[in-house]
Design a protein around this ligand. Structure first.
Ligand code: ZN
Ligand code: ZN
Ligand code: FE
Length: 746
């Protein structure tokens, strides 16, 4: 190149984040050629290192950092001008060694380019259900260890054919160094072809189909008999099922879709998105009985797309991908009996044989299970209900570095969290820690994540509850263990995400967490000061007769409330359909096995019980979900609450609900509770001299409550924060625990 050396520049870039296994180097290669630059790029333990030389080096840096490849996530870039060298051409160099500090990307939905090949009869990938490229496909669920190279993945056993190897070695190809790349000649195989799977679905069968992060149970969502069969066999009477449809156009009759929800539904992460249900007769009535929300998701593996392709009659081209399709599939996690998702072929035959008429598997192993993520748009932005596939192991950036910490979460909807420097890695949803299979999954997840992140934790955080398996596990690890109060952890999770290091007040509203005084907390107003907290106030104490039974049978909470206001003699009459009512009255009279709780979850149950909504719930949180679904226009009972001696007392509101009509009651309860919570926390914020109000806990999954409190606090000039990167329920607990334990003095 006969250009003047004075315009030449050599720049060295060190880039960190999710930059390996995402097609970063071929992208850099193409970009360098486009800018007529010489130099090289390589992967090393810290990320990607690039040296470029030429006249348009600055433009290259700008483009790369502003428009990285789709799956990449750049966390840090160090740019340095260095001395010119005699060199021509641009090369991709061999990986260097070094300590591992980069991350494995999450699994991702099949990309547009791969879809075009999937439906092109001329392509060698035509109708091949395992095609992928550097911009899409499985990652986290098939990777055993770093560095992210084929021998460290579930693809190790498949030897690439010459055609695949040629693409893998061609820097100009989309599959350059695509570790899971495969074709019908050399790659994994499905046990039953897509065409036959569809025939069986159409015939009303229930199928177990192996997917990306585990098996799904699948049936025709428009066939009531098939959906009922699935419910019976799965022993899942009323819990809603998620439904997969072909594309955004196919959702029109089913749900009301706004701009933000459309983007979320169609994102490469392809979560299940909860959307306001429309009245339509298309889906089987027992998909989501009685609920206002429907969980929808779009196809994300090539096999999902092939089913819609067959259903559409194998149309030519890809234009059909945008047109509305009639096929709708129930897609529910194959996790019989509340145990973890089934991922193994033999396990599928053993555990799903009684549920599914047909089992569809393949010979690519799933190394770590990952449920579908569940999300919703709250106040214009996406929020989590369950964080799993396609979001794990994406790092949550912390305000600053803390010592490497492992946090083990709590009991329900558990996750674990591992920190490395200023990054926190929250695991996929593990589940309720009430069975040995889940406990095993819990330990597998810890081991898998520690290996992928190459972290040796120096401290471990756990819940205050001495009887949780997670607590005992923490104490068995032989490193300093730190107990963190449940609601303190909830508030810390929000503070960690938003980098809030100032003093704040916080509302933690959930079902249950052990308090420092060993009583049952769950409606807490706290002063949050990083590693320290003070319980400023709490919701009124309610009696929870018979312990846990009351959490599933709201009528029991209502009976206890009647007793509390001196109307115990009405219990037998009002709850005469429950044989246990008389006995419960005696229990209350004698004050036996009736702990006092400040739980917001139980407050909701009390309201449901008084209004006669779902006296016996078939899954956790069902009654409050139904109550929320009834709200038409929240109304405030002006003298419905009192703030006294640190308690928020809603006795007057609850009394109003006795003999109240259900919809009216739902409106009064939500409207008044929201107003009371806003006033209560605003007073505390004023007294403490802060404007920050942290909001967290499972009750904030209630959309009316969450949006009402946020709006009410903003109207009072305060700054409320709800979690966005973890769910408000106990799925976010581990993040808060890690953040607190990471700051404690030894
Ligand atoms: Zn692709
Ligand atoms: Zn091949
Ligand atoms: Fe909680």
């Amino acid at each position: 190149m006969a250009r003047s050396a004075s315009l030449q520049k050599r720049i060295r870039l060190e880039i960190g984040g999710v930059v390996q296994g995402v097609g970063f180097r071929p992208y850099v290669h193409r970009l360098a050629q486009r800018h007529q630059l010489s130099g090289w790029v390589l992967n090393d333990g810290r990320g990607v290192i690039i040296e470029i030389q030429g006249e348009r080096a600055d433009a290259f840096v700008q483009t790369l950092t502003r428009q990285p490849p789709p799956l990449a996530h750049i966390d840090r870039v160090a740019v340095q001008q260095i001395a010119l060298q005699d060199a021509t051409g641009f090369e991709i160099r061999r990986s260097g060694g070094g300590a591992v500090t980069t991350a494995i990307p999450p699994d991702s939905a099949v990309c547009r380019d791969c879809l075009a090949e999937l439906f092109d009869p001329q392509s060698r990938y035509y109708a091949y259900p395992f095609l992928n490229c550097t911009h899409c496909g499985p990652r986290y669920s098939i990777t055993r260890a770093l560095p992210y190279d084929r021998p460290n993945t579930a693809m190790a056993r498949f030897i690439m054919c010459p055609a695949c190897a040629a693409e893998y070695n061609d820097p100009g190809n989309r599959r350059f160094h695509a570790q899971p790349s495969a074709c019908s000649v050399c790659g994994p195989r499905l046990s039953i072809p897509a065409k036959e799977i569809l025939q069986r679905i159409r015939a009303g069968e229930v199928l177990a189909i192996k997917g990306l992060g585990g098996f799904h149970l699948v049936c025709d969502a428009t066939n009531e008999a098939a959906v009922q069969r699935l419910r019976q066999r799965k022993q899942r009477e009323e819990k809603p099922f998620a439904v997969m449809v072909a594309n955004l156009a196919s959702t029109a009759e089913l749900v009301a879709l706004d701009e933000a929800s459309s983007r979320l539904l169609d994102s490469p992460q392809r979560p299940i998105v909860l959307l306001p249900k429309k009245h339509s007769k298309i889906l089987a009535p027992s998909i989501a009985p009685g609920l206002q929300w429907l969980g929808l998701l779009l196809p994300y593996t090539p096999l999902h797309y092939l089913l819609f392709y067959e259903a559409a009659g194998r149309p030519a081209g890809t234009a059909w991908l945008e047109r509305a399709q009639t096929l709708a599939l129930v897609m529910t996690s194959a996790n019989p009996g509340g145990e973890p998702l089934v991922i193994d072929n033999a396990e599928a035959r053993a555990r799903l044989g009684d549920i599914a008429d047909t089992i569809v598997d393949h010979n690519r192993d799933i190394l770590i299970r990952c449920d579908d993520s569940v999300m919703r748009v709250t106040g214009g932005s996406p929020s989590f209900i369950r964080r799993a596939r396609s979001h794990v192991p994406h790092a949550i950036k912390l305000a600053h570095e803390i010592p490497p910490t492992l946090a083990l979460g709590g009991y329900l909807k558990n996750t674990v969290c591992i920190t490395r420097g200023d990054e926190a890695f929250v695991s996929q949803h593990i589940g309720d820690m009430d069975n040995t299979a889940t406990l095993r999954f819990f330990e597998e997840t810890i081991e898998h994540l520690l290996k992928l992140l190459d972290v040796k934790p120096e401290r471990v955080a756990h819940d205050l509850h001495p009887d949780f398996h997670s607590t005992r596990h923490a104490q068995s690890l032989g490193i300093p263990a730190y107990a963190v109060q449940h609601h303190h952890a909830h508030l810390a999770a929000v503070a960690a995400e938003y980098h809030i290091t100032d003093v704040a007040v916080g509302l933690a509203l959930d079902g249950f967490g052990l308090g420092e005084d060993h009583s049952h907390w769950g409606g807490e107003l706290m002063l949050y000061d990083g590693t320290h907290f003070r319980r400023l106030a709490h919701l009124q104490q309610l009696k929870q007769p018979g312990g846990d039974a009351a959490a599933r049978e709201p009528w029991r909470m209502a009976a206890a409330f009647l007793h509390q206001i001196g109307r115990g003699d009405e219990i037998a009459r009002r709850f005469k359909e429950h044989p246990a009512a008389r006995q419960l009255h005696q229990l209350l009279e004698k004050n036996l096995n009736t702990p006092e709780v400040s739980s917001c979850g139980r407050l909701f149950d009390t309201a449901c019980g008084l209004l006669g909504i779902k006296p016996k719930a078939s899954f956790e949180g069902q009654a409050p979900m139904l109550l929320e679904g009834m709200v038409t226009k929240p109304e405030v009972v002006p003298d419905g609450w009192r703030i006294e001696d640190g308690q928020l007392d809603l006795t007057h509101l609850l009394t109003q609900l006795i003999d109240c009509q259900a919809v009216h009651g739902a409106n009064l309860f939500h409207g008044t509770l929201v107003e009371a919570l806003c006033e209560w926390s605003a007073q505390a914020a004023r007294r403490q001299g802060t404007k920050i109000v942290l909001l967290n806990g499972g009750c904030f999954l209630n959309h009316v409550l969450a949006s009402g409190v946020v709006k009410g606090l903003r109207n009072r000039g305060l700054s409320p924060y709800l979690p966005q990167q973890t769910p408000p329920n106990d799925g976010g607990l581990s993040l808060g625990q890690a953040w607190i334990a990471g700051h404690r003095d030894r």
